[in-house]
Design a protein around this ligand. Structure first.
Ligand code: ZN
Ligand code: ZN
Length: 378
């Protein structure tokens, strides 16, 4: 049985029932007719065909979910509704493939949601498998997580069909009707200067449908939001504002098409000690004037909480950068470097004794005037 049969077949009539038949009535009617037309019992050549029809009708009507979808499809398309722009032939129903409409496969409801979403958005339905859309989201992670890589949860919110009305926009239990102004075509003709001009129907804004009783959940728009949370692996070494592509985690495809991709824009918070210079890690460390002048071996913190010893040669200028090889970030390609920039500290408060000592030092060092070679405008 294919779902496109739904619009052509009246399963209630097949079982000799009214549309409001109870589950019990459906069960009884099916048993009676199945016995009557069973090929083992009935040698009439038409019996086998009737038996198949009865079984098919029962398959749909005895399953509450399928029955609800069938009822909804029938009430929509049975009312003479035609697709906007489509050349559907009156009461015969629309001319497009119904596989497209029920593209949600087993889901059913999502297929209807796609249909109405497409119609209400004015977009044309495409045939065949369709790739799902790409989705972009943003996350903020800590500096160290960015350096080491991290597994994070990403909450994705996306447009979907309203759950209450399954995207129809009509209150539960009711259905959109073909627009009486345009008979469901979505277009009306107007005379203008001797020409007939076709324009979108003003009553239904080109939808071809009117809703008497709007769904209270979505206020008749048919649109809802769905939330899902997925786990995303942020690779080690990611930098601020980097865009990571996660294949197949975007919007699911339709009609067997592949899912779209998820793009995660990663914002990285600053660290109190470290910054990044490309793939390398960077840190600025204070040294005293004496350490810079005489040389020293200093301890520099590393990202993993340890320390690396760094030799500062005598006469090191403030702002000079040293490279501690392999003490940076652990990437797939190996561990990067730690770039250590020294900054000579100048004491703000000195005791009178220390001031005297500095003046004595200056006299001894005989450095002279360090600005002697600066000439203005030379
Ligand atoms: Zn709704
Ligand atoms: Zn209309």
């Amino acid at each position: 049985m294919s779902q496109k049969d739904w619009l052509e077949k009246d399963y209630y009539a097949v079982l000799g029932l009214k549309k409001d038949a109870t589950d019990d009535q459906i069960k009884k009617a099916f048993r009676k007719l199945a016995r009557q037309y069973h090929p083992d019992q009935n040698k009439d050549p038409q019996a086998e065909r009737r038996f198949k029809e009865v079984t098919e009708a029962n398959d749909v009507l005895s399953d509450p979910k399928k029955r609800a979808e069938y009822d909804q499809a029938r009430s929509l398309f049975g009312s003479g509704f035609r697709f906007p722009g489509g050349g559907g032939g009156g009461g015969r129903g629309p001319s497009m493939s119904f596989e497209d409409i029920f593209s949600g496969g087993g889901g059913g409801a999502s297929g209807l949601g796609d249909l109405f979403g497409g119609l209400f958005g004015g977009g044309a339905q495409q045939r065949g498998p369709r790739r799902g859309g790409d989705v972009e989201t943003e996350v903020t992670i800590g500096f160290r997580d960015a350096a080491h890589g991290a597994q994070i949860s990403v909450r994705l919110s996306s447009d979907t069909a309203c759950e209450s009305c399954r995207g129809t926009g009509a209150k539960a239990g009711t259905s959109p009707k073909a627009c009486p102004t345009c008979q469901g075509s979505g277009m009306t003709a107007r005379q203008s200067g001797g020409f007939a001009v076709s324009e979108p129907c003003s009553s239904c804004h080109g939808r071809g449908l009117t809703i008497d009783d709007p769904c209270p959940t979505c206020a008749g728009t048919g649109q809802g939001r769905s939330n899902r949370t997925i786990q995303v692996r942020i690779p080690a070494g990611v930098v601020d504002n980097q865009r990571i592509r996660i294949k197949g985690k975007g919007t699911p495809g339709a009609s067997g098409g592949p899912a779209g991709d998820l793009y995660v824009v990663v914002h990285v918070t600053a660290d109190a000690l470290f910054t990044r210079q490309g793939d390398h890690l960077a840190i600025t460390v204070p040294v005293t004037y004496v350490e810079a002048a005489l040389g020293a071996e200093i301890g520099v913190p590393t990202l993993d909480g340890g320390q690396v010893r760094l030799k500062i040669p005598a006469g090191t200028k403030s702002g000079r950068t040293f490279r501690a090889k392999g003490k940076g970030i652990e990437l797939k390609s190996g561990r990067t470097d730690l770039l250590v920039t020294v900054q000579v500290q100048v004491p703000e408060h000195l005791s009178p004794e220390a001031q005297d000592a500095l003046r004595a030092y200056e006299a001894l060092a005989g450095e002279g005037n360090p600005r002697a070679n600066l000439r203005n405008g030379a």
